[in-house]
Write a protein that binds this ligand. Sequence first.
Ligand code: G3H
Length: 547
Amino acid sequence: MSNSALVQEGLALCFPTSQQIASEFPLPAPINQRHYLVAGELKEWQGELAPVESPVQLRDEHSSTLSTITLGATPLLDATAALTALDAAVAAYDLGRGLWPCLSVIDRVNHVEQFLSAMLKQRDKVVQLLMWEIGKNAQDAAKEFDRTCDYIRDTIHALKQQDRAASHFVIEQGVMGKIRRVPVGVALCMGPYNYPLNETFTTLIPALIMGNTVIFKPAKYGVLLIEPLLAAFRDCFPAGVINVIYGRGRETVGALMASGKIDVFAFIGTNKGASDLKRLHPKPHRLRAVLGLDAKNPAIVLPCADLAATAKEVIAGALAFNGQRCTALKIIWVPRAQADAFNQLCVERINQLKVAMPWQQGADITPLPEPNKTQHLDALLQDALVHGASVQNPHGGEFIGSLYRPALLYPVNASMRLYHEEQFGPLVPVVPYDSIDEVIDYVIHSDFGQQLSIFGQDSAAIGPLVDIFANQVGRININSQCQRSPDSFPFTGRKDSAEGTLSVEDALLQFSIPTLVAAKHNAQQIDLVKSMIKERHSTFLATDFLF
Ligand code: G3H
């Protein structure tokens, strides 16, 4: 057997046999889902289904060949079915006169709390599907579920705070006014496959709780894990307030956008996908967009950095969940004189990463959910090799099936695809620099502007860079990897990386607009307004304090 065949076989051994699956890693019962949620009903789809395949492949005990594990299927709705969901959301909003947009804040909060209780009962199923559908390790899958529940609790808390602050009247220049935030209309929410629960719910929940009606299309992968929540959505919200559809984006979402009836488009994905869909809306000025898009976050290692601590943080930032985070560090800049020492330290960290299946203790590198992703990563790696880089870590870039061993590539330069393209996978490109101006030039001319990380110990070196980069990216991290959390911090980006800002509080603002009632501040108008409040003739004017 050739050396490379041996290596491949070694990697193949990480995949489970049917015996292991039966005894150690129970496979969820197949979910052949035909139902989808429209107008408060789980409707049965009679058409084609889309198979859902696991990134975890099955290994033949004797030959070590790999085969696909099918987890189930989801309905492949067409445009007509998707439009029935739109009709339901439009009817439930009823031009702002529907039950949901007119409901008091506390009543909407009650519905969301009810949903949260129902969702918590599905924790085990959802966490298990997160592992099987997208290959997220057990610890991170559980964290994604729990973080999402925390996000819902924090959203409720933030909304109550906002409402308390808005319960009073403002008196300015002889005018009294009461300002409240009200819903925008019908929202379309779509999330990404790397955080199919958490990131989707960070738009879905604020959209709902602010009184919008919603059409939710789950991510491309990580789609079955929504199935255990469908009944909770149906039971906890009035009919038509939340509608869940499945199918090809082009057909379903394209039709929704072309209808012109979507008022808010919440999308986490590529900037190209977002632009193509936005363009379909006939009245773009009436469409509000909340977008989380591509990123190529740089790590900038300064000569004054603690190299060992930096290498540890950089590798964690670049390779957590196989580098499939929008916030992952995707290009590493290192002073040329320190590059060899830094690379060595990084290689030591990479060598410690465990390639394993999601449910195995300490699994760091797990199978990738996108079909042919390993070939795509290999093409990026081969392109870097052709242009002069080499793989620094032993076995880096070896792959079989859906498993890919991380590779540290050095020296990377502008002629390589990896210098420009978002890899969204376990490749770590390291670029040597002679002058910090090269790094500044890269950042300011990049199409992306989500975050960056600066590593160093000298405040006189870091401070001026903070000021330069403050107008380039949404967040500057010092001696730590890029990340979204804590969720109370604004999560945003510039250029092709984002539109709008998401944090627990900001998301509430994205899915609402301020409306105010104003009157002259004189005795007659004061009496009139007081009467409306006292007699509870207006919910909008009510000054109830939410406890
Ligand atoms: O994929 C993008 C996620 O929002 C990143 O979140 O930084 O907490 O992993 P995270």
